[in-house]
Ligand binder design. Structure first.
Ligand code: ADP
Ligand code: ZN
Length: 191
């Protein structure tokens, strides 16, 4: 699907939770390894819901990754021989991820990002919209709405079974919240 060339580029996989972003990122990275190209894979350090040194999809697929807390941590670690850089949960990185991805692509790397394009409120999430504007390739995946079975484009946050409020913090680490995939029609946010 993507041509192999000597110049770098940015590709990004977006969509709501459960749409298969991590699965797709892992699939692309495995194929790169079959081609015997060197990869390096990163994820934001704050996301320790799963194994610290792995990206794990909801279907159980996994690949090793290094958790870093700043985009600069990625730039510092990417070596000359690396052809492909994978980055999961892009939405949790600082906005400087945008310039970091551009710099890596300018250095000749294929940069594959995955991330939520919208937060639980349905608003554009962190550096992802900016990255979509600058990427050479975008794939927007759909999950399945758990309410009605239609394609889901949004992530529903529930607190004690109730839709969360618009004013809730976007990132709730360690809270007792539940997320599900929903379509435009079934997605609810308390104003
Ligand atoms: P993401 O990284 O986008 O959150 P994952 O790649 O981790 O998604 O997981 C995708 C997998 O989640 C699917 O292949 C499927 O097995 C599972 N899944 C669970 N709930 C849903 C849902 N509502 N819609 C689609 N897939 C779901
Ligand atoms: Zn629905």
């Amino acid at each position: 699907m993507y041509k192999i060339s000597n110049s770098g580029w940015i590709e990004i996989i977006v969509g709501p939770m459960y749409c298969g972003k991590s699965e797709e990122l892992i699939r692309r990275l495995r194929r790169v390894r079959i081609a015997r190209q060197k990869t390096q894979v990163f994820k934001p350090a704050l996301d320790d819901r799963y194994d610290k040194s792995n990206i794990v999809s909801h279907s159980g697929d996994s690949i090793e990754a290094l958790a870093v807390d700043h985009p600069e941590g990625i730039l510092q670690r990417v070596g000359e021989e690396t052809k492909v850089v994978g980055i999961d949960e892009a939405q949790f990185f600082h906005q400087r991820l945008v310039s970091a991805a551009e710099e890596l692509a300018d250095r000749g790397k294929r940069v594959i990002l995955a991330g939520l394009d919208r937060d639980f409120r349905g608003e554009p999430f962190g550096p992802v919209p900016d990255l979509m504007a600058r990427a050479e390739y975008i794939d927007k995946l759909h999950a399945i709405c758990v309410n009605c079975g239609e394609p889901a484009t949004r992530t529903q946050r529930l607190l004690d079974g109730e839709p969360a409020s618009y004013d809730d913090p976007v990132i709730m680490v360690g809270a007792e919240e539940v997320y599900e995939a929903r379509c435009r029609h079934c997605h609810e946010v308390k104003k």
